[in-house]
Ligand binder design. Structure first.
Ligand code: PRX
Length: 659
């Protein structure tokens, strides 16, 4: 059905399998019987997991699906999410346990215990209240990986405000679109951030974004780079306030109020198939239940024993669910690292693992492939023997990278959990269990206990073992999205209309079963690209390109890339007035920078090809399939549905002669 990149082809011929060691299996948090128990009574299974949390009021109903596709989980129950992630551990006598070993990029460190985290979150909650934030308000957070980012998120949760975290690498335009869409009342950011050894401004970009933004009443600024940054931090009197002035002066006592299980917890924007990002809405009780349960079983996490490190950024869902909510609800001790993996040297991650004796490490295939490129001699210099579980997320992991990860980082014995999920699913859905599953390189394998996933054909019929098709989730799950912010229709259209008759959630991923019935994810089937594990829509980049005066038309495709999974390749038709200059070299540079400015550096096309025409069907739809053939240097496929089949010759001829 879907076209596969060559990198994925060998996924389909992979047949190795690695059962868990007896010792690991014997001590694991769950055994093989967990699947059967969950199957027998799914609702009771999830109720049991919800009881791992602390509730002020019990629920009256586990699942209310009467308003499908809008689910209510643990209906009638009340809890405070931040209390569950922080206070209850202090009350249980673990106040002195380190919650966060924070490592700054320049080498500064902070260890924060649960008792300190409770004080910090309480102060920040009081600070937000003092500037007028109330339950239901939206607070936008654009911060790098500093402890204040986590504290700010938990402070919002504590007072029932929704956070909308915006990745630090997003442009002012992208930040503004998100601030406006949710009418954010407060923005939390920093003066600047360290990136590859240098201080770069952050507040200046935020100011550019917020010029004329009417909803924003306060901007709270964390001092991070201070004097390392040239010039004074730009300041809007009356609107801006330093975090240390506002927060540090607050009392460390704050009584957490219980909120309804379905009270909104956060919005997180993600790319869809149109140019406008979607605000994915998550709520409290069900989300926390599944984030915490999956962190407990997928990583076999033992509180007070393990040292956990998820390398994601809080700007993405992985940072929300597997740095903040799931791990802290489970009383984790975790590493949070501010910087890039090669600053100041390419062994930085291994050095940190050695220093803190990290036992669970969760990262993305793109980084694993980068480590491979840097060479096995780098991790070989460090003691990585503390590692006992390795995780992967964000894109399909190719078997070579999987094996390298296990052999080079995991001493040829550490289980690898390849976890499939999405911003929309809120938490892990398909993954091996490290003490149960015989793992297969490149396969996420099986829906977790209490979760149901299927591979179906065009008509929604499940394909047989060995067959391929679309991945669907055929039963509601606790951490499922509760909608697209302000756009119920888009929510129904995007996820629930493709298989409306069956009531399946359409994930947008291609998948196949192997002959054992295990699931192999094969990448997106829509116009969403996956670049270094970041979701970017082709239309979003196209809109950015055509917003430049030199561009008449643009088409963007994701072409397979050995390191980043996919790379962005743009085909651009220039306006007549711009086609005369230097074979387009200057235009290409300028357009790449323009996209970075419009969306952010992560969306910069790897390649921009100036072309005279674009291949279109008779109804005017751009045939990206053909452009992908060019971008991946393949023989061009079937052109019979093109309105003008000579267009491809024209494009190829132009590219070959460099015109
Ligand atoms: O295509 C799948 C891919 O990432 C998409 C979700 O992206 P996002 O919402 O940004 O969340 C990423 C982190 C959870 C999916 O539709 N994806 C994620 N994990 C995997 C994956 N593809 C294959 N294997 C995975 N383990």
């Amino acid at each position: 059905m879907t076209e596969q990149s060559p990198a994925l082809d060998n996924l389909l011929t992979e047949s190795r399998s690695f059962p868990p060691g007896a010792e690991f299996a014997g001590a694991a948090n769950v055994g093989p019987d967990v699947y059967g128990a969950a199957e027998e009574d799914r609702e009771e299974f999830w109720a049991e997991q919800a009881r791992r949390l602390s509730w002020d009021t019990g629920w009256s109903r586990v699942l209310d699906w009467s308003g499908a596709p809008f689910a209510k989980w643990f209906a009638g129950g009340r809890l405070n999410v931040a209390y569950n992630c922080v206070d209850r551990h202090v009350e249980a006598g673990f106040g002195d346990q380190v919650a966060i070993h924070w490592v700054g990029e320049p080498g500064d460190t902070r260890d924060i215990t649960y008792a300190q985290l409770k004080d910090d979150v309480s102060r920040a909650a009081n600070a937000l209240v003092s500037v007028g934030v109330v339950a239901g308000d939206v607070v936008a957070i654009q911060l790098q990986m500093v402890p204040e980012a986590i504290v700010a998120m938990l402070a919002c949760a504590r007072i029932g405000a929704l956070h909308s975290v915006v990745f630090g690498g997003f442009s002012p335009t992208a930040l503004r679109a998100r601030v406006d869409d949710a009418a954010a009342k407060v923005v939390i950011t920093s003066d600047g951030q360290y990136r590859r050894g240098k201080a770069a401004p952050m507040k200046a970009n935020v100011d550019e974004a917020l010029a004329g933004a009417e909803s924003v009443e306060k901007v709270i600024v964390v001092r991070r780079t201070g004097d390392a940054l040239e010039g004074a931090t730009p300041w809007v009197a009356g609107r801006d306030v330093w975090w240390h002035d506002l927060v540090d002066a607050q009392p460390a006592e704050h009584r957490p109020e219980a909120f309804d299980s379905e009270h909104p917890l956060f919005i997180l924007y993600t790319s869809g198939t149109t140019g406008r990002p979607k605000g994915i809405l998550h709520t409290s009780g069900g989300y926390l239940t599944q984030a915490a349960y999956t962190h407990h079983v997928v990583f076999d996490h033992k509180p007070g024993v393990d040292v956990y490190w998820c390398t994601a950024d809080i700007g993405w869902i992985t940072g929300h669910s597997y740095i903040v909510y799931g791990p802290l609800a489970n009383r984790v001790t975790q590493v949070v690292y501010e910087g890039t993996p090669n600053t100041p040297h390419e062994g930085r991650h291994w050095e940190i693992i050695q220093k803190y004796k990290v036992s669970i490490y969760y990262t993305a295939p793109t980084l694993i492939r980068t480590f491979m490129k840097w060479g096995a001699d780098i991790p070989a210099k460090y003691d990585l023997s503390s590692l006992r579980v390795l995780g992967s997320v964000g894109e399909p992991i190719n078997p070579e990278a999987w094996i390298w990860y296990r052999d080079t980082i995991g001493a040829s014995k550490t289980p690898i959990v390849d976890t499939w999920w999405q911003t929309e699913t809120g938490a892990i859905m398909i993954s091996p269990l490290p003490g149960v599953t015989a793992t297969k390189p490149g396969s996420a394998q099986r829906a977790l206990p209490g979760i149901s996933a299927k591979v179906v054909d065009d008509t929604g019929t499940e394909v047989p073992p060995g067959g391929g098709g679309y991945l669907v989730l055929d039963k509601p799950w606790p951490s499922m999205l509760r909608g697209v912010w302000g756009d119920d229709e888009r929510f129904r259209d995007t996820y629930w209309s493709r298989f409306a008759e069956q009531g399946f959630y359409f994930a947008g991923d291609g998948a196949k079963y192997d002959t054992d019935g295990d699931i192999w994810l094969l990448g997106r089937v829509d116009d969403v690209m996956n670049v270094s594990g970041h979701r970017i829509s082709t239309t979003e980049v196209e809109s950015a390109l055509v917003s430049h005066p030199a561009v008449a038309e643009a088409a963007v495709v994701g072409a397979s890339d050995p390191t980043t999974g996919q790379g962005i390749v743009a085909f651009v038709i220039l306006r007549a007035a711009h086609t005369t200059d230097s074979g387009g070299e200057d235009a290409v540079q300028e357009l790449r920078n323009h996209v970075a400015k419009e969306i952010g550096p992560i969306a910069k096309p790897r390649q921009i090809l100036i072309v005279p025409e674009l291949p279109k069907t008779r109804s005017g739809k751009i045939m990206r399939r053909l452009l992908r053939d060019i971008a991946e240097n393949r023989t061009i496929g079937d052109v019979t549905t093109l309105a003008d089949s000579s267009v491809m010759d024209l494009i190829s001829a132009g590219l070959n002669t460099g015109k």
